[in-house]
Design a protein around this ligand. Structure first.
Ligand code: SF4
Ligand code: SF4
Length: 493
């Protein structure tokens, strides 16, 4: 039995053995066949080498590796109806959040401090506020400084695409092999409902003209990137009634132009954010609406389902944010890069991946042996480590998997308010959790009390702690066997 140590213990792990133990509680594989979770057996070696340490481009990698964003390029050349410029760029990040803006020199100090402290760090991204390609001088200067000081970090940027074609040659020269382009439409008529104006070639464009120019520049940039074998993730914000059905066509087009991954992000719309959509009452999609759209795209370009819509100054594993530990008032004036922790961590991860792969394969074989046709959604309470290891009442998000005889597939996450408030739970919070778990058949967690269990049951959702501390896939397979078929011995036992 693997020792269970808090996720945070990697922060202080000093020796190889401590780091290995901490990793076993904080970062294991936990999905099988989500499009973005493909492994070395499913991808050409040159592509696998690019994505295997990138937490956003590989669902599997996001259990091991961390990203950080630096907000160095605040100027923007378009207006999106879901954005208020007081906040971060909602094309990649969480709307309504203000990030700490940095100069390129400050960014270098911060990245160095994080690289020394967070062994999982593998990627530096520039993802707003503003547009990394429009505010290019600052983007370029930041990446140049960091690439010289920390040569083994991946560089990654996000853009609305309008200025992208002007910089693709430099992007390729700088070895930036991951670029995210937000593409919300391939029909400019649809674009008129999303973009009130753009600023291009020294003048402001509005209406259909603006949407046409933006569309043409996005397509040109996408083609230029893929022609240079740069991996492109396309982000699309799903806006019910405006582009939700149209995203099927967006998926078809970006796939035909070579995009590597398509990330459908739900619109987050709140009047308090002061955006056009927030103020006009435009709603975002429900979790099941998002899933229904993703399912329609399942044989299109590979889908990213594990995006957390992070802050533009996020630090850490996806789903956790250690940004507040690394604000500039915590970063030393002078900091030298020490690669040792990161190198040690990487060698441990290389070993761990083999064990986790075997576990997933075992779960798949067990499910395939069950004589049942049911396909069900299972919600997992987890602190990380690929295990069912969190109390129901402590969860701030549930990871949702689809289980059937075909295997266990990561579907996405559902954010919730924490139910347990230090010994007691609020009914209103529980109602919100139940609403967030729409479509889920069972919750697997480390512990659950009778009261929330009964309320979930009344809403048609089972909950159990019978599989506490199991690997996620193993727990799901065991529950599926117990519910729909006859359990068999683990094939790797
Ligand atoms: S590109 Fe980003 S920063 Fe610019 S308006 Fe759109 S969401 Fe806002
Ligand atoms: S916003 Fe999504 S794609 Fe960007 S770093 Fe976070 S998880 Fe990755």
């Amino acid at each position: 039995m693997v020792q269970l140590i808090a996720l945070g213990s990697l922060k202080t792990a000093a020796s190889t053995e401590e780091m290995r133990t901490a990793l076993q509680s904080s970062g294991g594989c936990s999905s099988s066949s989500c499009g973005s979770s493909e492994g070395p057996a499913d991808l050409p070696p040159e592509v696998w080498n690019k994505v295997k340490d990138h937490p956003c481009y590989s669902e599997e990698a996001h259990h091991y590796f961390a990203r950080m964003h630096v907000a160095v390029a605040p100027a923007c050349n378009i207006q999106c109806n879901y954005c208020n410029r007081k906040y971060d760029c909602a094309n990649e990040s969480r709307p309504g959040v203000v990030s700490e803006k940095l100069t390129p020199e400050q960014a270098l100090r911060k990245v160095t401090a994080v690289a020394n402290e967070v062994p999982q760090l593998s990627v530096l991204g520039i993802a707003g506020p503003g547009d990394a390609c429009y505010d290019w001088r600052k983007t370029r200067e930041t990446f140049d400084l960091v690439a010289r000081a920390i040569p083994d970090i991946k560089l990654c940027l996000s853009t609305n695409g309008l200025a992208l074609p002007d910089h693709v040659a430099e992007i390729a020269d700088m070895n930036i092999d991951h670029v995210t382009v937000t593409i919300n439409m391939v029909d400019p008529e649809v674009g008129t409902g999303i973009y009130p104006w753009i600023f291009f070639r020294n003048r402001r464009w509005t209406g259909l003209d603006a949407a046409k120019i933006l569309h043409e520049r996005q397509m040109e940039g996408l083609e230029m990137l893929t022609a240079r074998n740069i991996l492109v993730k396309v982000n699309s914000v799903m806006i019910p009634g405006i582009n939700d059905e149209h995203l099927i066509e967006v998926n078809r087009v970006v796939k035909s132009k070579g995009a590597f991954l398509h990330n459908i992000m739900p619109l987050i719309s709140d009047p308090a954010h002061g955006t056009h959509f927030g103020l006009t009452g435009q709603r975002g999609p429900r979790a099941m609406e998002l899933k229904a759209l993703q399912d329609k795209l399942s044989d299109g370009t590979k889908l990213m389902r594990h995006c957390r819509q992070c802050r533009a100054d996020a630090v850490g594993l996806l789903g956790e944010d250690r940004g507040q530990e690394f604000t500039m008032d915590h970063v030393p004036e002078v900091v030298a890069y020490d690669p040792e922790k990161r190198q040690t961590y990487r060698s441990i991860v290389a070993e761990e991946r083999g064990e986790h792969l075997a576990n997933r394969q075992d779960a798949s074989r067990r499910l395939a042996a069950v004589d049942a046709a049911e396909s069900v959604l299972v919600a997992i309470a987890t602190k990380g480590g690929g295990r069912i290891n969190q109390h129901f009442g402590h969860a701030k998000e549930f990871q949702v998997y689809e289980a059937s005889r075909d295997g266990v597939t990561f579907i996405g996450h559902r954010k919730v308010d924490q139910y347990c408030q230090g010994g007691w739970g609020e009914d209103a919070t529980l109602d919100g959790v139940i609403e967030a778990l729409e479509g889920v058949r069972v919750v697997l967690c480390a512990k659950i009390g009778d009261c929330p269990k009964d309320s979930l049951s009344a809403a048609g959702i089972a909950a159990t702690d019978d599989y506490a501390h199991d690997w996620i896939e193993a727990g799901i397979a065991a529950w599926y066997e117990a519910t729909f078929g006859t359990a068999i011995e683990s094939l790797t036992a």
